[in-house]
Structures are given as structure tokens and as C-alpha cells.
Design a protein around this ligand. Sequence first.
Ligand code: BEZ
Length: 211
Amino acid sequence: MAVRLGDEAPDFTADTTQGQIHFYDWLGDSWGVLFSHPKDFTPVCTTELGYVAKIKPEFDKRNVKVIGLSVDPVDSHEKWDKDIEETQGTAVNFPMIGDPDRKVADLYDMIHPNANNTLTVRSVFIIDPNDKVRLTLTYPASTGRNFDEILRVIDSLQLTDGYKVATPVNWKDGDDVIIVPAVSNEDAKKLFPKGWDEKTPYLRVVKQPNR
Ligand code: BEZ
């Protein structure tokens, strides 16, 4: 079954490069990013994992835990980690799930048989502190993902949860944002006492509230 936005993220127990984890316990009160890659010792994946390790402080700042997965076993991940550190300049500093029996891959529908019937696609799931899925993304094996975009989405989701604002096209941290349509003008006056720029009754632009 596909995992969709708003679904409860499937819980699981798995072996990782940092020991066995129970997913919900491991997440605790944090946000989570669970991402899969097709196979160990592959070039695009090597660059992705090195980059995620490099920007891990950015995830930490946002109270987000990251965890990777492939259908290779943990001992293979551990051997591969050395190549990642050597070629990308940063050691992998987050757990990697070994999923040779595809338990987690099947739970999250990470194997798309018409693309490849044994390897996981490049999936990303952003999971909030209530264990709800807030983003799903699927990329082909040959295209490395943009993890800066994942951080941007986390910023947007956290703004929506914290301040009832949405983010417009190509929004970057610091740009103006939009009052969500569910907020009435009456409530908006309390939430945004400095007012807003009403382009149309449904397009109400405000400064980013946490700036
Ligand atoms: C890669 O990570 O480089 C890769 C993996 C599977 C197919 C193509 C590329």
C-alpha cells in the first residue's frame, strides 16, 4: 500500500549502522526524514549520503532526525561508509537501515517493480512529531535528490504548523509568506497585528513571522 500525505508513518524495528532501532522510539519528539537509495557502492548514492552528512547540522537545528535505507545489509553499509568519507569528505553521521528482507521497503512502498523489482527507488518521507507523513517524494535511480529542497520543505511545514502561513512559489527562507485560507480576516488580525497586503481576498501576503 502506498504511504500518502497525512497517513500515520508505518512503525518498524530494524537493524541500522547505529544498532537496532524502534522507529517511533528513535524519532521521539523530533521530525524525521526517512530516505532510501537503490544500492550500496553506487555513485549517485555516494554523493547524496556525503552531502546529507555534511548538512546534518541544518537538520539538527530544525529538530529533524535523518535516516537512510537500502536493501543491502548493515555490514555492507559499514564498508561503504569508508568510501563515502574518503570521496565526499564527510563521514556518515546518521543511521543507515539495512533492509535485506525488504521489510521497511515494503512497508513504505519503496520498491517499484516496473522500475526495478529488487532495488529501492529514491524515496523521501518527511514525518512530523505526531508521526504523520508530511511529504513523499520519489526520484529515479539515476537522479540525485536536492537535499536543500528537503530543508526548504521542512522550513515551510514548520512555518505552517507554527504560524498558519503557507509559502509561495520558489519561496526561500526570509521571503514573504501567505496567510493560509482557513484563517478568517478576523483571526488574521489577532495573528498578524501589523496587517497584511491583500492582493486578493484569498492572497494575503505577510512578512515571514519568525524573522
Ligand atoms: C547510483 O546511485 O549511482 C545509481 C544506482 C542505481 C542506478 C543508477 C545509479
